[in-house]
Ligand binder design. Sequence first.
Ligand code: CMC
Length: 436
Amino acid sequence: MTPSDVKATLSFSDGSPQMELPLYKGTIGPDVIDIRKLYAQTGKFTYDPGFLSTASCNSTITYIDGDKGELLYRGYPIEQLAVNCDYLETCYLLLYGELPTPSQKEEFVSRVTNHTMVNEQMQFFLRGFRRDAHPMAVMTGLVGALSAFYHDSTDINNPEHREIAAIRLIAKMPTLVAMAYKYTIGQPYIYPKNDLSYAGNFMRMMFATPCEEYKPNDVLVRAMDRIFTLHADHEQNASTSTVRLCGSSGTNPFAAIAAGVACLWGPAHGGANEACLNMLNDIQQMGGVAKIGDFIKQVKDKSSNVKLMGFGHRVYKNYDPRAKLMRETCHEVLGELGLHDDPLFKLAMELEKIALEDEYFVARKLYPNVDFYSGIVQRAIGIPVPLFTAIFALARTVGWIAQLNEMIGDPEYKIGRPRQLFVGATKRDVKPIAQR
Ligand code: CMC
């Protein structure tokens, strides 16, 4: 971190001594005020629920400029990566900091491909779940269970363990998601096929049956690969921060990633694409395009607690750059499948148009986020709605593991241990039950 010549001075209105706080400069983005010595010197904590003004770490992986609507992985704009690179090249970039050369790519793809199978015993573990369990409940369990199946890569302090755990997680997530899906529909699991691409193999494990040959459609495979690339990392979001905090105790990588999966499930985070499609279905059932006005009215009424899912973002206060790319993919996929007249897609386009012109959304800088379109694309590909977030988890695994490994390698890394502003009862005596 580069110290700045500028210092911040903290003063108190009660005459307590001032404190000078160092500032650090990033390569881009806001400077940070270093408050690590604040408690020792003043006996005070800072208060920032939701981390609105707090940098929880320093990182070299992903940068977002929310006002410009810019997303960079290791300095490369997402728009260029999405067009020029495939998902596994993006994984390599996130993990190791540079785009691979052709031979590095070949070696990496071969390493990932050779780890796609999961321990055969895992299907018996999966069988313990109800068939109607939510895929994210199953995925939280399956990813956590990897630590019980791969004992030889659970030492987070061993760089070789971290490396093999990273490859295993990236390689096995598609297999696990596809297994979770096949289990819910009662079809046989389809084993990975190593001559297919990462996304092509996933589609085959999802949609093939042992009875017929399955040929993945190139347009759909490209769309799936783009979904993976666009979701690969997103700096210190809730699930990534969860993975870092969980991993900071020294727990094994599979357990830390399982914590990330659990966090991602929430509708304010990864669950938004599922919630968005459910919302579109609800509006459709209410009467479709004609009912958009009523729905928007409900959204604007704070007491209704209804949100326009797939709109708004904590960081992007301009268009989400991933949404632009996903919108493009959405048109490509619907064109390929002849679904441009699909009523749900028409409804989504109309909803987007109305919301983008509405004063409520304009004033609050609420634009469509990636989830607004990714749900429509996945539905068109044939992915059932409850599986959407599991696919987000599959794609985000590389970001989680890159961030976790970065944290472990950081000499300033400590167990995460936030403090609190206590506003509960002060010390009091327990009365025996008869006197309460
Ligand atoms: N619909 C209606 N109003 C909204 C929405 C929305 N989707 N999002 C924000 N607002 C309003 C909010 O009520 C508030 O209004 P006011 O200032 O009058 O109180 C204002 O906009 C600011 O919102 P906020 O809740 O302070 O913003 P936040 O940064 O805490 O929340 C968010 C960000 C993503 C949780 C929120 O926009 C949201 O719930 N969106 C819908 C869910 C969604 O699509 N999430 C996916 C995020 S992208 C995927 C990912 O990266 O995980």
